[in-house]
Every structure is written in structure tokens, then in C-alpha cells.
Design a protein around this ligand. Structure first.
Ligand code: NDP
Length: 287
């Protein structure tokens, strides 16, 4: 029941009505019997500054931030974490009791902890990352920080080079390679890497027959394939990789665990990850 004691969190975006986050977070609050509520907060771009200030004035404990505000919100909070700096985007705001607001990006930990949950060790491994957009930033940073040797391939090569430079700036002790987005280069890379992560949107619903991996090319020495796409839960890429004998992991776990990390930051409690995952699965099935 919502009353004067209810603690508030929410999601700022434009639009936000399709977000799975309210269902995921409220399921966790309900499961724990906590008097908290997570509300969708549709905010047009010209109202973002007022909305972020409003979190403090209205006593919110924090908020998630989604498209199109994840970059624009950076100068509106008091500080950001190295994760948010690396990704160049804030997806979670925490409001402290003194009103101080800080921003972070929980995609980094979401991806990292999902790898842990699947028993995938990356230290010293050669990892090939497809894509150089927002999800790639979180993935590349998480991998490199954990000691992986990361190679990036992207359709637009300049974006791969820019990402490699930015990550080297964030983690100077690490080197980042870039390979061309061609059949020959990807086939060669498959012989030189043990883990493949797709961060492109290729294969995402409704284009479920598409795959970022070239047709007819095997996976070489790759033994783990991770696809950050969560709709569908098993993409065409993962189907092919599974048939090749690779261990395959879809993006649902990353989605749930980035949310669980935000939940942990706001509540200071261990999140009920399983409950959150079931809520997201139900939400996806209803679409
Ligand atoms: P961006 O728009 O930032 O990046 C898209 C990437 O996909 C770019 O590298 C782009 O290449 C590449 N791409 C798009 N179309 C093609 C194509 N036809 N052929 C080759 N490459 C292509 O998107 P995001 O990084 O934000 O999201 C990417 C995917 O990750 C989405 O499916 C999203 O749902 C998912 N995601 C999942 C998360 C999770 O928690 N599981 C979290 C965040 C995202 P180019 O630079 O050449 O345009």
C-alpha cells in the first residue's frame, strides 16, 4: 500500500511506457515486503534538468535513466563513477540523504556479474567484441578491467578505433586491438579468440533471422558466445554457436543484473535476482 512512508524510485526516459524496469523492481520490493514503489517518469528532453532536480525535492532515493537522456544527465548530477565515465552514460542516479546526487552505469557490473553467474573466466582470455555502440562500451570496459585481451570489430571501423582509444585512456595498462568487419578478418579472428561477445543490435526482434556473424563461417577456437540481445532470448547467432558446440549466453541475465545492481545501490540490500528475472521473463512473454 502506498502511504506517507513509501520510498520512491523510478525511471526517467522519453518514452518510458515500454520499459520492463517497473515490473522488475516492483516485483523485488513486493517479494521482500518493502514499502517502496518504482514509477515510470516520462520526461521530454527540455524538462530533464527540472526532473533531475525534482528527484531531490520530492525525496526520491534515486532513478534509472534511459533513452534519450543517458548522456545529457551527466552534467546534472554532482559526480559520476568511473563506470559511467567509461561508458559515457549514466543509467542510475542515487540521491544521498544530504541531497547529493551521483550517477553510475550498472551495465558494466550487470554484464560482469552475469559472466560470473555463468562461470565464464575472462582473465588472460582473448575476447572478440562485435559492435562499438553504447552496450559495447560497458562490455569492453568490464572485460578489460577484469584482465581480458579485447579486440573490437565494428561495421563502421572509425567507431571501433574511437572506442579502443577511449578504453585505453580509461585503462592505460591495457591494449585494445581492432579488426576489420570483413568475412576474412572475422574468420581469422575466430582462430585467435576464445570468447565472442555480440553487442550489435543485429538479430534483435523483429529482425530475428539476422546474425552479425558471417554466413558459412565457423567459430574456430571460440568456446563461449555471449549475445547482449535479450529479445529473442536465443538469437540466430546463439543458435549457430550452440550447434557449433559453444557455450551460449543471452542478454537477459545482463538486463536483470544491471537492474539488480541499481536496486542494491538504492536499498543497501542484496537483491532477489531470481524474482527479478522471473518478472522480466513474464514481462517479455506478454509482448
Ligand atoms: P547502439 O545504437 O549504440 O549501437 C549499435 C551497434 O550495432 C553499433 O556498433 C552498430 O554499428 C551495430 N549495427 C547496427 N546495425 C548493424 C548492421 N546491420 N550490421 C552491422 N552492425 C550493425 O546500440 P546499443 O549499443 O545501445 O544496443 C545494442 C544492442 O544491445 C541492442 O539490441 C540492445 O537491446 C542491446 N542491449 C542489451 C543490454 C542488456 O542489458 N542485455 C544493455 C544495452 C543494450 P555501426 O557503428 O556501424 O552503426
Amino acid at each position: 500500500m502506498i502511504n506517507g512512508e513509501t520510498r520512491l524510485v523510478g525511471i526517467i526516459g522519453w518514452p518510458v511506457e515500454h520499459s520492463l524496469s517497473p515490473v522488475m523492481h516492483n516485483a523485488a520490493f513486493h517479494h521482500r515486503g518493502m514499502n517502496w514503489a518504482y514509477v515510470p517518469l516520462p520526461v521530454p528532453p527540455d524538462r530533464l534538468r527540472d526532473a533531475v532536480r525534482g528527484l531531490r525535492a520530492l525525496g526520491f532515493r534515486g532513478a534509472n535513466v534511459t533513452i534519450p537522456h543517458k548522456q545529457a544527465v551527466i552534467p546534472l548530477v554532482d559526480s559520476i563513477t568511473p563506470e559511467a565515465q567509461a561508458v559515457g552514460a549514466v543509467n542510475t542516479i542515487v540521491v544521498e540523504s544530504d541531497g547529493r546526487m551521483w550517477g553510475t552505469n550498472t551495465d558494466v557490473l550487470g554484464f560482469w556479474s552475469d559472466l560470473q553467474a555463468h562461470d565464464v573466466q575472462v582473465e588472460g582470455e582473448r575476447v572478440l567484441v562485435l559492435g562499438a555502440g553504447g552496450a559495447a562500451r560497458a562490455v569492453v570496459y568490464a572485460l578489460a578491467r577484469a584482465g581480458a585481451q579485447v579486440t573490437i570489430a565494428n561495421r563502421t571501423p572509425a567507431r571501433a578505433v574511437a572506442l579502443a582509444r577511449h578504453m585505453h585512456h580509461m585503462l592505460p595498462a591495457r591494449a585494445f586491438r581492432v579488426v576489420e568487419w570483413t568475412v576474412q578478418d572475422l574468420a581469422r579472428a575466430a582462430e585467435e579468440h576464445t570468447i565472442l561477445v555480440n553487442t550489435t543490435s543485429v538479430g534483435m526482434w523483429p529482425e530475428v533471422d539476422a546474425s552479425p556473424w558471417p554466413t558459412g563461417v565457423g567459430f574456430g577456437r571460440i568456446r563461449v558466445v555471449y549475445d547482449v540481445i535479450y529479445r529473442p532470448q536465443e538469437t540466430r547467432l546463439l543458435q549457430h554457436a550452440r550447434a557449433w558446440g559453444c557455450k551460449t549466453i543471452g542478454g537477459l541475465g545482463m538486463l536483470v543484473r544491471q537492474g539488480a545492481e541499481a536496486w542494491r545501490l538504492w536499498t543497501d540490500q542484496v537483491p532477489p535476482v531470481q524474482v527479478m528475472e522471473e518478472a522480466v521473463r513474464r514481462g517479455l512473454a506478454e509482448r
